[in-house]
Design a binder for this molecule. Structure first.
Ligand code: GLY
Length: 422
């Protein structure tokens, strides 16, 4: 089976490495990729937002399966076009991808499916903003206002704050830019990312993970696309994954089927484990980044077979997934000034070691690997437990040199020290 992976991040690098371990995968292509993915797959330049361009590339490389990594092409309907061309595709239709592309749609589906989630309100008129903010404040805890862009914002459209002025300024900025704003109540409790491979009403969960969205240690500073992750979650009770599937993911998958928009691909539930049970923070319609880098490091089952089964409606026929024991940790190395405008173009040393996944990298004409984006690399460490996996990841990131780069030093630390509880 020849697999074409669409995307250019460390998530796609992790997908390619896991696909390469699958004996059923005989060829790998990627577009547009980065300096790291070019060492794993045949790499092609492609506009991932163009359905015509992705279909043309899939036909050119003779793809038997196309795996679409990022949300933007999915929300634009690229998976629909690939399927219409007669090629199996891992990724939902445009209609089903609205579970991520429109937070209002996701809330409507969750309401209909009876799934626990934050109280929310859409504001699309600046004149209604102050009254709406008042309905979500004043703060009773330390983080009262959750203000989101009701669309795709790569994690950076969310502000969680106890400062009304900050909440108001963010919401007003979104409204000025013509974006409706979603206000939500804050869900207290540790967060879980549960990735489920879904094919209609069939739901196959992967190991649960947790990611770290703030830029600084101790969850300080602005939100980012993600600064690190670990899997599995030693603090999560054994029965929790089954409960999340039964109470959250399966009802949403069934509701999408009932609406005539069956989901096929990766349904990512971002949850808070509240005292009332798992509650949805958000759904995404694709693998999460950086959790994928940790989750796939532990997968023993053939990934190509899993994704192809979902893409062709045969997921229910697969045996249970097999996982390596132990834990995996991924730590993101970010460019200077990220998540602001990142410094780019610097040569990186140590980027070709095993366990180093590439995101914002490019190869210069002289052969050097240089930074080309905000999140530059994701290093992955595995070990017998979370502490050992952290040690491996931090030893690896310590061997990499990139001027001005920064990373969090506390990925998975609280869990390794037993300071997280559901
Ligand atoms: N881990 C956050 C995301 O992928 O959106």
């Amino acid at each position: 089976m020849h697999v074409l992976v669409i995307g250019s991040g460390a998530r796609e690098h992790a997908l390619l490495l896991a696909l390469r371990r699958d004996p059923g995968v005989t060829g790998l292509s990627v577009g547009p990729g980065n300096a790291g993915t070019a060492t794993v797959a045949d790499q092609y330049d492609v506009d991932i937002t163009s359905a015509e361009a992705v279909v043309a590339l899939a036909e050119k490389v003779g793809a038997d399966l196309v795996v679409i990594g990022p949300e933007v092409p999915l929300v634009l309907g690229v998976a629909d076009a690939v399927r219409a061309a007669g090629i199996a595709c891992f990724g939902p239709t445009r209609d089903a991808a609205r579970i991520e592309g429109s937070k209002a749609f996701a809330k409507d589906v969750m309401d209909a499916a009876g799934v626990r989630t934050a109280r929310s309100e859409i504001v699309d008129n600046p004149a209604h903003l102050d009254a709406a903010l008042n309905r979500f404040g004043p703060p009773s805890g330390d983080r009262a206002w959750v203000v989101k862009d009701d669309g795709l914002a790569a994690g950076k459209g969310v502000v969680v704050t106890s400062d009304r002025d900050v909440a108001r300024a963010h919401a007003a900025g979104l409204l000025d830019a013509g974006h409706p704003v979603l206000l939500e109540s804050f869900l207290d409790g540790p967060e879980v990312s549960l990735f489920c491979v879904v094919d209609g009403e069939t739901v196959v969960p992967l190991v649960p993970a947790q990611d770290f969205k703030r830029v600084g240690d101790g969850d300080t500073g602005p939100n980012t696309g993600g600064m690190g992750a670990y899997a599995p979650l030693p603090w999560l009770p054994d029965e929790a994954v089954g409960r999340i599937v039964d109470e959250v993911v399966a009802p949403v998958a069934a509701e999408l089927v009932a609406r005539g928009n069956p989901f096929s691909g990766l349904l990512y539930a971002g949850l808070a484990m509240t005292s009332a049970g798992p509650a949805v923070v958000e759904f995404n319609c694709r693998f999460g980044d950086p959790e994928t880098q940790a989750v796939l490091a532990l997968l023993d089952s053939p990934l190509g077979g899993l994704l192809h089964a979902a893409a062709t409606g045969t997921l229910a026929d697969l045996p249970p997934l097999a996982w390596q024991p132990g834990a995996a940790v991924t730590v993101v190395l970010a460019a200077e000034n990220y998540p602001g405008r990142p410094r780019v173009g610097d040569a990186i040393t140590g980027a070709e070691a095993e366990g180093v996944l590439h995101a914002g990298t490019a190869r210069r004409d002289d052969g050097a690997i240089v930074s080309s984006g905000g999140r530059v690399l994701s290093v992955v460490g595995t070990g017998a437990d979370l502490a050992a996996a952290r040690d491996a990841a931090y030893a690896l990131i310590g061997s990499i040199r990139l001027p001005g780069a920064h990373f969090r030093t506390d990925i998975g630390l609280a869990a390794a020290e037993g300071r997280v509880g559901a």
